[in-house]
Design a protein around this ligand. Sequence first.
Ligand code: ADP
Ligand code: ASP
Ligand code: MG
Length: 403
Amino acid sequence: MLIVQKYGGTSVGDLDRIQNVANRVAKTAQEGHQVVVVVSAMSGETNKLIAYAEHYTPTPARDEVDMLLSSGERVTAALLSIALNAMGHKAVSMSGRAAGIVTDAVHTKARIEHIDPSQMRREIDEGKIVVIAGFQGVNESGRVTTLGRGGSDLSAVAVAGALQADLCEIYTDVDGVYTTDPRIEPKAKKIDRISYDEMLELASLGAKVLQNRSVELAKKLNVNLVTRSSFSDAEGTLITKEENIMEQPVVSGIALDKNQARISMRGVIDRPGIASDIFGALASANVNVDMIIQTVGQDGMTNLGFTVPKTELNDAKAVTDRFIDKLEIKGAECDDSICKVSIVGVGMKSHTGVAAKAFSTMASENINIMMISTSEIKISMVIQEKYAELAVRSLHAAYRLDQ
Ligand code: ADP
Ligand code: ASP
Ligand code: MG
């Protein structure tokens, strides 16, 4: 089999842990498999590098940030290859560029456009273990790009797709995907199998055990994806097609996203095209808008609220300020002390009362819901950040996920 194994930051967190990864990779190779490894930077490294850049300015040039951040994964790729070679294995490390990963030019959150796997192929055919620096690629003009936080998962899935690997294993510091973050609710249960769609919702709504775009791509390319622990031999979680799962629970999991902020625009001129203008400008500024609420207009004015990732709040504020200058908005207040809790489950499609239970659970804890949004398989609520953990634990219990 050709197996792609991705090891996250904690799994390569120090030199001993890199040795532990080398041992695992070597074992897989000794079992007769071809192995391609994708690595993250050592845990904390990416944050440290971002802080370095922000030492000089709160808005460092994004292409330089990418140049800086991409170094973190290159360090671990080289160290892992050195460790494997020292053990007598033939291994070679590669940057994203050498692995043929070509992206668009949206620095710090680039999208992979295509992969030229020829160099990886050559090395694999020569019997080598290929170790790829995750999280990075190169754009058409040859500049290094990075794929957004948690992006090494995406590198792994994309490489697995390009090489038509039999399996893509994501090794992390938990045994698999749980009904909620086990760090918040120790009673959370490991899920043996979960559908791509539910995993995509959980990941998009804050469960960082997998990066959402990696799940999206795995679904598209039909990659067999497994998450498991690099610290144990426990069986992990298989992310697969819905039809491969026998019994669908109504609710599969609870997700929490603390990287959320809200902007409330007051006195928005109520004319056709205003929403298109504001949200078009936000899209052009590469701001990811999530929930939107508009209240009923009065006297030619309306109020519009929306949420964005905290990390994009400054960019979003710059856009709304332009509309204030143009006198199309009276004011815009930012609130970054909010979070979003979500309930996910494909079984919701055929059950009633799921949303009502979420709201009554919040009510019984005296937690005020500021925004709500729903889809066929999820319910999301924006609440004050200080209630985040309480909300997750009470919802987890209310839907009996600990049973
Ligand atoms: P890595 O560095 O290996 O990529 P991450 O820190 O990105 O690891 O993701 C693993 C973490 O995701 C876990 O330590 C856990 O706290 C968190 N997490 C959040 N939600 C879940 C969930 N539903 N199941 C498992 N882990 C989760
Ligand atoms: N090192 C990057 C990050 O911390 C990418 C990754 O770990 O997947 O976001
Ligand atoms: Mg991760």
